[in-house]
Design a protein around this ligand. Structure first.
Ligand code: URA
Length: 285
């Protein structure tokens, strides 16, 4: 499998990395687990025990071992899972609840989720053992857009959707501008799509709560340009090299906006503005 674009390939000497990152990127576990092993004296660099996770190492020259076993470059895995409701995005649950790992079969490397979905959220979740790639996709600086389909507990007005679009103030600060499309209203509920470029804890639920409503259903339908296609719920597939490359491309949809109507219709600025204006004048506004 081809690796995603390696931004460091133009460096003559590979950049140094912190010890915890090097261990995590070898696919052994998360960075916090690595920090625990380092603190416990289980890690050596060039034969010497090192107990500081922030120490810089050169992954190509320095010999790093955990419990006496040298790190080996794990083969990189990039999976796309359609997470069902009721599964936790953790490795193990002390209460014995189902986790996403119960859905994985024959995955030879230890993969970890790129970001999190709440237990009741369904939809797309990437799993990988490539820490650098995972960091890129989750970093707010990368602005990789994530799209959610939301069912709210009440009908939302045009002004309320505009608030989501322009940003609402949460306990951890204001949200970035988002793209919001009303999909349809039923007698009691509004169904809408929201695309955000951050991934804060329970962000969409908290944004809707800031409007005085609740999220009844939440589905992540898209990560960057990658949609659900024919992926069945509870199943996963390998991401293609083209999909990996597309996630690395700067996003074209980081500008905010709101549109009413079914998703995936044309997105030109004029009709978006017209839709907003007409909605504000209409019975929902
Ligand atoms: N936002 C949420 O509120 N929950 C999720 O699971 C994902 C995004």
């Amino acid at each position: 499998m081809r690796k995603p674009e390696d931004n460091s390939s133009h460096h003559k000497t590979p950049p140094k990395k912190t010890l915890d990152r090097v261990i995590s990127q070898a696919g052994l576990g998360s960075r916090s687990e690595a920090r625990g092993w380092i603190g416990a004296g289980r890690v050596t660099v060039n034969g010497k025990t090192v107990q500081t996770p922030d120490v810089w190492v050169d992954p190509e020259r320095d010999r790093v071992s955990v419990d006496g076993r040298p790190l080996q470059a794990a083969s990189k895995q990039y999976l796309l899972l359609y997470k069902p409701k009721g599964y936790l995005t953790t490795y193990k649950d002390p209460e014995g609840r189902r986790t996403i790992y119960d859905l994985l079969e024959n995955v030879s490397e230890r993969v970890f989720p790129v970001g999190r979905l709440d237990q009741d959220t369904t939809g797309l979740l990437i799993l990988t053992n490539d820490g650098e790639f995972g960091d890129y996709v989750t970093s707010p600086e990368s602005k990789v857009p994530k799209t959610y389909l939301v069912k709210s507990s009440q009908r939302l007005s045009g002004e309320q959707l505009d608030q989501l679009c322009n940003g609402v103030v949460l306990a951890d600060g204001p949200t970035r501008p988002a793209i919001v499309n009303r999909v349809r209203d039923s007698e009691k509920y509004t169904f809408f799509e929201i695309t955000i470029t951050e991934g804060r804890n329970r962000q969409v639920r908290r944004m809707v709560e800031a409007l005085g409503a609740k999220v009844l259903k939440l589905v992540r339908t898209r990560i960057g340009p990658i949609g659900m296609k024919d992926l069945e719920i509870g199943k996963y597939r390998t991401l293609t090299p083209e999909e990996l490359a597309s996630l690395r491309k700067p996003s074209r949809s980081s500008r905010n906006g709101r549109r009413d109507g079914p998703p995936h219709a044309s997105r030109n600025g004029t009709s978006e503005r017209a839709a907003n204006t007409s909605r504000r004048r209409g019975h929902n506004g």
